[in-house]
Design a binder for this molecule. Structure first.
Ligand code: NAD
Length: 453
């Protein structure tokens, strides 16, 4: 018995009627999504607090406001985005009309992770609905509070003949992936990304893979340590470090490390007080498995700041590790928690060499008072996103795409990029049915014709 068959058939049949294509239908779905966000703000904040002890400020800033802005942007621009894009013609097609039509793919599957369980589920959904698709949403089974709200409340705001939330973990998602979809957007780990892409090859389904990895953060000697520490600490410990684009480790000289450590301590105390465990501003680790994984990482190198943990609350203190070796687990796997190792390098060249020897990261950060240093880091490396003297604040700009490169993913979305991602760009040429005499030149026999080209 296949638990998904009926749902998927229903959605396919709905798409075949063409009901999702008109702008009015798409706008109605987006308005429904907007109402869902407004009516259920408290419910969503509570769910995020239950799942990750996310403060209301972090929930608003990194999840609810971003979703609302994406919906508003799509509603404002829907007509313009849907318009056929005129294309240039040449001598042969001068009298014809050439254009690119953005048409929906059909049935889209969105698979989401647990760390920003509202944002990473609904922001892709905005693009998929705006582009006129039917959508199956698979939230993470790990962020249970949010999963419940998405499964029980969200469908009430959308046309249920064209939209469904399905539930499950690895086994159920594996079963879901045996079905044919017309587009899949997956956000999660590179390991599961490979599973999704392998499943997609069966039907040649196009995919966007939003994956993770280790994001380097280079700190130049020429910097103000307190400014750098404030920015790096906020982005590292935001959501208890469970952010795909968080700076994962610092690369700097031993001298800069000595200046950074007291500045990092001061930033941590300023943000979370003398006892971060009692701070309402610091989140908790999502579950016991991840807590234990992170606790093991605390054994790498030497603890310079923090290092405390409390299993009963899944609490890990904002931590900085020094004397870390490249071969240790904390420098091998994505940390995804409030732990910040510092690796020493002697120069910018050595830092660039360290970064380019590894997989291309999702995000890369460079801090320096010298624009030349930031430019060199930008010009000589590759990553999905880049922050110069800044953390992942670019996530607030729908004018910039989010997407990885190499091991950190493929494809991009946010803002208009989402609409384009979920739209097939159909190349169209409409010719005149008459004027056939003009075509004589192109038909065989071709004798002596090539000299006329
Ligand atoms: P994950 O890969 O374990 O799970 C993601 C989704 O895949 C979940 O919905 C899960 O149910 C499903 N899944 C898990 N195992 C599966 C399997 N064997 N077969 C089919 N489906 C399976 O990732 P996670 O732990 O939820 O999230 C953390 C990872 O996601 C990190 O690597 C992080 O960097 C990455 N991430 C990336 C972005 C981005 O925008 N690039 C954003 C957030 C998280």
């Amino acid at each position: 018995m296949d638990p998904f068959e009926d749902t998927l058939r229903r959605l396919r049949e709905a798409f075949a009627t063409g009901c999702t294509r008109p702008a009015e239908f798409r706008a109605a779905q987006l308005r429904g999504l907007s109402r869902f966000l407004q009516d259920n703000k408290q419910l969503l904040q509570d769910a995020l607090a239950q799942d990750l002890s996310k403060s209301a400020f972090e929930a608003d800033m990194s999840e609810l406001v971003i979703c609302q802005n994406e919906v508003d942007l799509a509603l404002r621009n829907l007509q313009a985005w849907m318009k056929d894009e005129p294309a240039a013609t040449n001598m042969i097609t001068k009298l014809d009309s050439a254009f690119i039509r953005k048409e929906p793919f059909g049935l889209v599957l969105i698979i989401a992770p647990w760390n920003y369980p509202v944002n990473l589920t609904l922001v892709p959904l905005v693009g998929a609905l705006a582009a006129g698709n039917c959508v199956v949403l698979k939230p993470s089974e790990i962020s249970k509070g949010t999963e419940k709200v998405l499964a029980e409340v969200l469908p009430q705001y959308l046309d249920q003949s064209c939209f469904a939330v399905v539930l499950g973990g690895p086994q159920e998602t594996g079963q879901l992936l045996e079905h044919k979809f017309d587009y899949i957007l997956f956000t999660g780990s590179p390991r599961v990304g490979r599973i999704v892409m392998t499943a997609a090859t069966k039907y040649l389904t196009p995919v966007t893979l939003e994956l993770g990895g280790k994001n380097p953060c280079y700190v130049d000697d020429n910097c103000d340590p307190q400014t750098v520490a404030n920015r790096v600490a906020w982005f590292r410990y935001f959501n208890a470090g469970q952010t795909c684009v968080a700076p994962d480790y610092i690369l700097c000289s031993p001298e800069t490390q000595e200046r950074l450590l007291p500045a990092l301590q001061s930033a941590i105390t300023r943000f979370y007080g003398d006892d971060p465990q009692s701070s309402p501003n610091l989140g908790r680790i999502i579950n016991q498995k991840h807590f234990q994984r992170l606790q093991a990482l605390l054994g790498c190198g030497r603890v310079a700041i923090g290092g405390q943990s409390d299993e009963s609350e899944r609490y890990i203190a904002p931590t900085v590790l020094v004397d870390v070796q490249e071969t240790e687990p904390v420098m091998q796997e994505e940390i995804f928690g409030p732990i910040l190792p510092i690796m020493n390098v002697r120069s910018l060249d050595e830092a660039i060499d360290f970064i380019t020897r590894r997989e291309k990261p999702l995000a890369l950060y460079a801090f320096s008072n010298s624009r030349q240093v930031v430019d060199q880091m930008l010009n000589r490396t590759s990553s999905g996103n880049f922050g110069g003297n800044e953390g992942f604040i670019y996530m607030l700009l729908p004018s910039l795409p989010l997407g990885g490169v190499g091991n950190s993913g493929m494809g991009r979305y946010h803002g208009k990029f989402s609409f384009d991602t979920f739209s097939h760009h159909r190349a169209c040429l409409l010719s005149h049915p008459g004027l056939e005499k003009l075509n004589d030149l192109r038909y065989p026999p071709y004798t002596d014709r090539s000299q006329q080209l």
